[in-house]
Design a binder for this molecule. Structure first.
Ligand code: NAI
Ligand code: MG
Length: 332
């Protein structure tokens, strides 16, 4: 097997359009990468009865890294169906979800990183009916909070501003978010060079929408991180551009933040930048190849700044145009 192996899971909708672009870009910087295709998602569930087949799990395990497009998940309960990305996060203990946002162009100095706890909170999957009550349990442990705190501080220590903002709602959820906040603060004790503050999640949402420059690293629980990263993504060009990396101790799954985008799927106009930048995160944080990650990130920025824009960025470029503009800027 090659030094680098990647399990490629396009999934549903625009996943099938953007993932091949991200693979092409990866092959430019790691020509020897071994690629193994695998299946997951809603189509897979309707065809094969499993949203995340055992064969896919085995391939991810064998590669140690995956690139995942998006899936269409129904918003009503379907017997036997569970979102494959949530399953993967738990199965491989992908405890951190890294979601950076950098402003396009020079007009705003936004450069922030959301470090989202990725296995617990309201995504623990403990949802049930008890008589008239519909209940979702919000699970937070000290160990998982310490672990995500350590990740946030470790990454903040490598950044120029060296600052961590803990986002929580401990005024209303003093037990669960009290455990989270205290454990993250304790993790910070090992990083005296990193400064810390705390912000309630509603205020954090307002500040992300109005003064995003003030944030460096944000560490927060699962659902808050999911929502806040969509707000933050606006500064980087929106959902089509936002990248993410699900990171565990031995496995990582790169995944654009967006979903299957049924409104534009099949039209050839999905923005591939989010998927391509997710590959850069895999290179930087899992494979230890920051130079290759920089090369991709610079090419994506340069292509967009040169005016190559898909409709979500206000332009008329197709997915293919955007890919070619990026590949062009990776030459040499
Ligand atoms: P979405 O992210 O698919 O779409 C939201 C908006 O962003 C739409 O207007 C869409 O056209 C646009 N958009 C998304 N990706 C884009 C791209 N690459 N280029 C240009 N524009 C893009 O979210 P939505 O519509 O709420 O959900 C659709 C489906 O996706 C649902 O079934 C949902 O469950 C699923 N979903 C899956 C995720 C995943 O697999 N990780 C994450 C979010 C949603
Ligand atoms: Mg989301």
């Amino acid at each position: 097997m090659s030094a680098f192996s990647l399990c490629v899971i396009s999934g549903d909708g625009v996943g099938r359009e953007v993932i091949p672009c991200a693979v092409e870009v990866l092959q430019q910087v790691l020509p020897g990468v071994a690629l193994i295709d695998a299946d997951a998602g809603w189509d897979c569930f309707t065809r094969a009865g499993q949203a995340l087949p055992d064969a896919t799990v085995e391939k991810i395990e064998a590669c140690g890294a995956a690139l995942f497009g998006a899936v269409s998940s129904p918003s009503r309960k379907v017997e036997g169906y569970r979102s494959p990305i949530v399953q993967m996060r738990q199965r491989f203990d992908l405890y951190a979800n890294l979601r950076p946002t950098r402003a396009l162009g020079a007009d705003r100095a936004v450069d922030l990183l959301i470090v989202r706890e990725n296995t617990q909170g309201l995504y623990a999957g403990r949802e049930y009916l008890r008589g008239d009550e519909a209940i979702a349990e919000r699970v937070i442990t000290r160990a998982a909070s310490m672990r995500i705190g350590q990740m946030a501080f470790r990454l903040a220590a490598e950044r120029p501003r060296r600052h961590v903002t803990i986002v929580h709602k401990a005024n209303i959820l003093p037990i669960t978010d009290g455990v989270f906040r205290d454990a993250v603060r304790d993790a910070g004790a090992d990083y005296p060079g990193v400064t810390i503050n705390e912000t309630l999640v509603d205020t954090a949402a307002m500040l992300l929408a109005s003064r995003p420059e003030q944030f460096d690293v944000i560490v927060t629980t699962n659902l808050f991180g999911d929502i806040l990263s969509d707000v933050a993504s606006v500064w980087g060009g929106g959902m089509g551009v936002a990248p993410a990396l699900n990171l565990g101790a031995s496995v990582a799954v790169a995944e654009p933040v967006h979903g299957s985008a049924p409104d534009i799927a099949g039209k050839g106009i999905a923005n591939p930048a989010g998927a391509i930048l997710s590959v850069a995160l895999l290179l930087r944080y899992h494979w230890g190849r920051p130079a290759e990650a920089d090369r991709i990130e610079r090419a994506v920025c340069a292509a967009i700044e040169a005016g190559c824009r898909t409709p979500d960025l206000g332009g008329r470029a197709t997915t293919r145009d955007m890919l070619e503009a990026i590949l062009e800027r990776m030459k040499g």
